[in-house]
Design a protein around this ligand. Sequence first.
Ligand code: FRU
Length: 498
Amino acid sequence: STASTAEKYRPALHFSAQNTWINDPNGLVYHDGVYHLYFQNNPHGNVWGNMSWGHATSEDLLAWTHHPVAIACDENEDIFSGSIVFDRDNNSGLGTAGTAPLVAIYTSAYKPGHARHGIQAQSIAYSLDGGYTWMKHGGNPVIDRGSPEFRDPKVFRYSSAGASYWVMVAVEAQDHQVLLYKSENLLDWEFLSTFGPANATGGVWECPDLFELPVDDDPTRTKWVLIVNLNPGGPNKGSAGQYFVGHFDGTTFASESTVSEVRGGGPLSEYQWLDWGRDYYAAVSFADVPDGRRLMISWMNNWEYANQIPTFPWRSPMSLAREVSLRTVHGRPRLVQAPAFDPGQELESTDRFTQETLQVHDAALRLDQAEGAVQRIELSIDPGTAAEVGLVVRGGENQGTRIGINIAQSRLFVDRRNSGESGFHEAFASLDTAPLRPANGRYELTIFVDHCSVEVFAQGGLVTMTELIFPSPLSTGLSVYASGGSASFHDLSVVRFD
Ligand code: FRU
């Protein structure tokens, strides 16, 4: 292959930085038939710095077009994370007679030399050409608390029987608090309430999101989901995202998923994580997706080692776009996640391997016809008498990423200790786990494998694990295995994209 070493990890199914550094997704919005992905970007380097909003668009969430930097840092401020709304009625007055503006709400992180140096405040920019060029609002910042840790505004339109206005959630990061504000015009903001500290507080709270979803697809029964990203303090160390389910009355968010809370089934013993893997951070949702679908994207990296991952000169991919919904599981509303598209349909698949049943007794079975570097693997596992069952993906000479289930411990795990390059940071080689219970005696898995990642959706997306890996391009082996007994693997389907 002519691919340079620099490009060998570039993902096929995921958005990745072109040739610079990126972190959080920002300003996710569906507008005029196009998904806009803005992101924290260093336009001048491949480590964090010079924070600006980069920009890409897609019609299918799979193929992305890169655009010039949308909102650039200058001598006064870095442009930290935030969101975009379509101000369709021109409440802000930033539009013109014929054109309603897109309005970006971002964090101004003031630089040395500026009167507000060290302060983080919320500012506005607007676009009159559908999101391609942006002007800063003259009256910035629009909210300034004099705080050094006030950031990541996510704005949405709140409408109930009696009222309709804009709501912002942002964080006081060190205080583990989400702050809520309201506005009629996106420029003047009134403080509403705070939420937190609650549940996971092992790191700063960042990049919040708040949205309403039907429960079990019943539009007459809705609940609100509050997303709070956390760094460090994730379930397997470093960066991760937690969520709360509850009620928002237009002023206050009340959680029903704080661990201290006691209800019918007794106290919750566990925090609810958006993803249990090491590389799913700063997840936020798109505004204005048709049919009320709630789609999210995360940065696929972890602040523990983010600046060191070996993907020179570009650094960081994004996760797949995921659709989230609420499903009642053991009496409680839980978030379930599914890829937001079917790449089996959208992409030309060069190979498809299916197998109805495979019986494996205390062995690993290599599936030579199902090899590939970029794959979607679906299967259902009956653990039978085995103590551990699973797969090895991106297998090669002395390497492979093990995705398995420890039956006695009821844990799903991703073991990337032997997955490929890992010496770039001492925290990278890891064995990471998540709680996982069988349904009707079986474990259902959907796994996306790419040039530098695995994303596991277990039990219909109730538990997900997202992890970076850096295997040799030659490591394309796929095996299933059972240890300590016999297991059967059902309805195996492997679609290959490379
Ligand atoms: C999260 C974060 C945000 C901040 C941005 C700066 O990864 O720390 O809180 O706005 O990155 O790049």
